[in-house]
Design a protein around this ligand. Structure first.
Ligand code: TNX
Length: 528
């Protein structure tokens, strides 16, 4: 009995610190009393929320009562929207009930995550909540700062399959990340099955060994790789959607195409191969803009992606294209002349406009890297991912493009975290503190209106070399930088680093341990 009281008191106390580390709720009103989990605790939900009730049951260890919401002690409801349906939610904890309501399934999911944060970290171990665990009563009203809170994984360079991607979907969703941008093609690999062109994955999904795809990075004497079948991708899309994450696919065009050019060499410009790779990239591997047949192949590829992915946006790349290969190509030069162009960048506009037209014909919009809007001529309907610098994001928002802010200097988690650690350093060397500190200081109110949100990225060409020896590397590079990103994308950073850091190491380290993350401990001395 005494033990039970002690458990009650400590857990109740733990529930009191509601501003707990990750996405912090906007408004918290404490109430009298304690809700106690017991053997009779059940979950009930509106019919549309039945899959979420099953999800919650696995974490809380409670039974699900099929039928009307209100019959259980944890109640999930879909409320009539007050205006536009949104991800906002309310979480009401009284001595008898826990009620989570939102106008969308995603909002209810966000409310569940906030409930998890009020519980002991063991909730993430999915073994159920110990009977007798109590949480302090409270009413929370909450909504996100940004509608786009993304992470990008590069599965093209370093292949990670279904189980690992699902694991990251879980880990990101605990942090209220709601977009997963999958970099599905690059020089080193093609990772999504295209039914009308099976060679793209059968050959392009592998490198090393007897594969015609020669690795740029990695010492692969043996065949290495893999890809998502469309049926598997459908399963991933469903898995992510339940967790309020939309998958946005990327096929990187027209550059970064060494892989597909190994399978279909005819897509390149027709001139002798006289340029060599610089910087580890084979820049000569872009699609030829002037070769009309290329657009038929691209139509097949993008058409299948539009069918497969429910997302409104399909990312078609647009970064790091070597214009000099187009300048050397007689057909591209003739095309420029015909179009009255002097600047080869306009050829990229022309190419990307063709991509936009294909997507439009399927009712979709293009997402692109910031270079694609350099001239400002590209379709306003696109979404720009500003990666090169803060300035690139400022430019895109000033030109009126809807922009996802992800400058490498703050949000590329393939960058090393201190000078002696592993990783790239081309953008910066930084840890979670810098991520947390990102402010939109240089953005005008008008530019802010064009900011859709924030995104972190992990590019994996440097990881591929030592992936087998370092199974923890990806976790280590991502966490806690993802936590800091998620925090500022959901709630902002008004409380300041010191307060946030206290929360992080005070409770969130325990949560991450229970989640099974091999995260990087923040150095005791901050800054270097
Ligand atoms: C730049 S981000 C790239 C990637 C690299 C990354 C390494 C982008 C659009 N292009 O191809 O993998 O840097 O940090």
């Amino acid at each position: 009995m005494k033990l039970r009281l002690l458990i009650l008191l400590t857990t109740a106390l733990c529930g009191l610190c509601t501003a707990a580390a990750q996405p912090a709720p906007e408004k918290t009103t404490p109430r009298e009393g304690i809700f106690t989990f017991g053997p009779g605790t059940t979950i009930s939900a509106d019919r549309e929320l039945a899959p979420l009730a099953e999800y919650a049951a696995e974490y809380l260890g409670c039974g699900v009562r099929n039928g009307m919401a209100g019959e259980g002690s944890v109640v999930l409801t879909l409320d009539a929207p007050d205006g536009e349906p949104s991800e906002a939610y309310t979480l009401d904890i009284t001595p008898d009930h826990i009620q989570i309501g939102s106008s969308t399934c995603g909002g209810v999911f966000n409310g569940l995550q906030q409930l998890f944060r009020l519980l002991p970290p063991e909730v993430y171990a999915r073994r159920g909540i110990a009977p007798g665990t109590g949480i302090a009563c409270v009413r929370i009203e909450d909504k996100p700062r940004f509608g786009y809170r993304g992470m990008m994984l590069d599965v093209a360079r370093t292949w990670i399959g279904m189980d690992e991607v699902k694991r990251y979907i879980d880990l990101f969703s605990y942090h209220n990340i709601n977009k997963l941008h999958l970099h599905l093609s690059d020089d080193e690999g093609w990772r999504i099955e295209i039914l009308s062109h099976p060679e793209l994955t059968e050959i392009g999904g592998f490198r090393g060994g007897d594969s015609p795809v020669r690795p740029v990075y990695g010492k692969w004497s043996e065949k290495y790789g893999g890809y998502f079948k469309q049926s598997e991708m459908r399963e991933l899309i469903r898995y992510a959607a339940l967790r309020n994450i939309e998958i946005i696919p990327e096929i990187d065009l027209p550059g970064h195409s060494r892989n597909i050019a190994s399978v279909h060499p005819e897509i390149r410009c027709n001139y002798p191969p006289d340029t060599v790779s610089t910087n580890g990239y084979d820049y000569r591997s872009a699609w030829c803009v002037a070769r009309e047949e290329n657009y038929a192949l691209l139509g097949d590829i993008l058409g299948e992606l539009c069918e497969l992915f429910p997302s409104e946006y399909i990312h078609v790349g647009g970064d790091e294209v070597d214009m000099s290969q187009w300048e050397r190509c007689p057909d591209c030069r003739a095309l420029m002349k015909r179009e009255g162009m002097t600047d080869p960048h306009r050829l990229e506009d022309l190419f990307m406009e063709r991509m936009a037209a294909i997507l439009r014909s399927h009712g979709k919009r293009p997402a692109v890297w910031n270079e694609a809007v350099r001239t400002g001529a590209f379709a306003r309907e696109c979404r720009v991912h500003g990666w090169e610098s803060v300035k690139a994001c400022l430019d895109a928002t000033a030109k009126g493009y809807r922009t996802v802010v992800m400058p490498g200097q703050y949000f590329y988690f393939d960058m090393r975290q201190s000078p002696r650690e592993d990783g790239h350093d081309w953008a910066a060397i930084f840890d979670a503190r810098k991520v947390y500190g990102f402010g939109f200081t240089e953005f005008s109110p008008e530019q802010m209106r064009n900011v859709e949100g924030l995104q972190g990225a992990f590019f994996s060409e440097a990881y591929v070399s030592h992936e087998p020896e370092k199974p923890d590397y990806l976790d280590y590079m991502l966490f806690p930088r993802v936590c800091a990103l998620a925090r500022i994308a959901w709630s902002g950073n008004a409380e300041g680093w010191d307060a946030y850091y206290e929360e992080l190491k005070g409770k969130h380290y325990d949560r991450m341990a229970a989640m099974g993350i091999r995260f990087r401990l923040f150095p005791p001395k901050v800054g270097y």
